[in-house]
Write a protein that binds this ligand. Structure first.
Ligand code: 5GP
Ligand code: MN
Length: 356
């Protein structure tokens, strides 16, 4: 236990929340709180939210976690999952009330209110103090308090830092540690992506000291495939992965029909985009897939090539330099055509960029 604390003290300084003392004062008495994260939450979004939720409950607050959509079944093990309020037709009144009643609203793992659809408008209008905890580029700066650091690999890590800055390391129990570890593990791609700093290992080590179980969390998240999902992976790799060597680019296009053939569930396509980048010489990978009411794009890149810029400029999206997303309201084919038509704009950069 002590070892974790020692390496934290000697570690490079983390970035503290803005107005930390005022925040400390704000949460010094029990408050009604809402924790909101982004559409289709991933392990970092949900893990950071539920980790923070469990922590705030321990301090005597009354928090609720609200998600703008459902999330994959491989996240249902997280403590607190049954109490999450998922935005769908049934819960809208309850959500609206919880947001209006809240004295403090935490926005986790997204940087602009337009990423959470109609919930964004509710939050904008709410009288609560707003707290942003996030690591995405180009934030909207709508919050009263910001724990924001683009260098941090995960929002879960920022929640950990906040808990330590508040002097409550002892409140991190195994359940909280597992949730935060899950976010840290997935947003670093298993401590492999180039966002993995010394700090990520320090936080991970300390979460293990507080009871996180890396083997169990990795098993629950990565080795929890349905047979259908694994077969879908095989189909994607064999028939759907296209490589454009002249652009050092790989892409995958998946229709609703194809997804249905494999009885695809929420989250089944997660990680597919990474296979493109695992090909020797590939710098840019994209997956384009059909959702019920829109086309979604998922981008990954290596080195200096910014998929945040590409997604922002052409696909109404954003994210991080090497991992970003976007969307399109045209057809699957038209979206692919648009992607192919903007590639020449980036050709030189893709061919020149050796900084990987
Ligand atoms: P993924 O490809 O895993 O869905 O997302 C990669 C990164 O881009 C994540 O950090 C995610 O939050 C962000 N992202 C995904 N879709 C969008 C989008 O439509 N808009 C913005 N601003 N960010 C996105
Ligand atoms: Mn994240």
């Amino acid at each position: 236990m002590e070892y974790g604390l020692k390496i934290f003290i000697f570690a490079p300084r983390f970035v503290a929340m803005t107005h930390l003392e005022e925040f400390r004062e704000l949460i010094s008495t029990p408050r009604r709180m809402a924790i909101v994260t982004h559409y289709k939450p991933d392990a970092d979004a949900l893990g950071s939210s539920l980790g923070l939720w469990a922590f705030l409950k321990k301090l005597g607050h009354a928090p609720v976690v609200i998600t703008p959509s459902d999330y994959p079944a491989f996240l249902h093990w997280m403590p607190g999952h049954p109490e999450v309020i998922i935005s769908d037709d049934k819960n809208e009144e309850l959500i609206s009330r919880k947001i209006q009643e809240a004295e403090v609203i935490f926005c986790l793992d997204f940087s602009a209110l337009n990423r959470i659809n109609h919930l964004g408008d509710l939050i904008r209008k709410a009288s609560a103090k707003k707290v942003l905890i996030d690591h995405h580029l180009e934030p909207e700066h709508f919050a009263d308090f910001e724990q924001w650091n683009i260098k941090s690999a995960s929002t879960a890590g920022l929640v950990y830092e906040l808990i330590l800055d508040l002097g409550h390391r002892d409140a991190i129990d195994a359940a909280i540690a597992d949730c935060l570890y899950a976010g840290l593990m997935t947003d670093t791609g298993g401590f492999r992506h180039n966002n993995t700093r010394q700090e990520e290992f320090i936080i991970a080590a300390d979460l293990v000291a507080r009871g996180a179980n890396p083997t169990r969390v990795a098993k629950l998240i990565y080795d929890n495939n349905t047979l259908d999902r694994l077969r879908l992976t095989g189909y994607v790799l064999k028939d759907k992965l296209t490589v454009l060597p002249e652009f050092k680019t790989a892409y995958i296009v998946l229709s609703q029909d194809e997804l249905r053939q494999f009885d695809s569930q929420s989250g089944d396509t997660e990680g597919f985009v990474n296979y493109g980048l695992s090909i020797e010489g590939i710098r840019l990978s994209v997956m384009i897939y059909e959702r019920k009411d829109e086309i979604k794009l998922s981008f990954r890149s290596m080195g200096d090539f910014s998929v945040n810029d590409l997604a922002r400029k052409h696909f109404n999206g954003g994210g991080h330099r090497n991992a970003a997303g976007g969307s399109s309201k045209t057809s699957l084919q038209e979206t692919l055509n648009r992607f192919l038509s903007v590639l020449p704009e980036y050709q030189q950069q893709l061919l020149e960029d050796n900084n990987v």
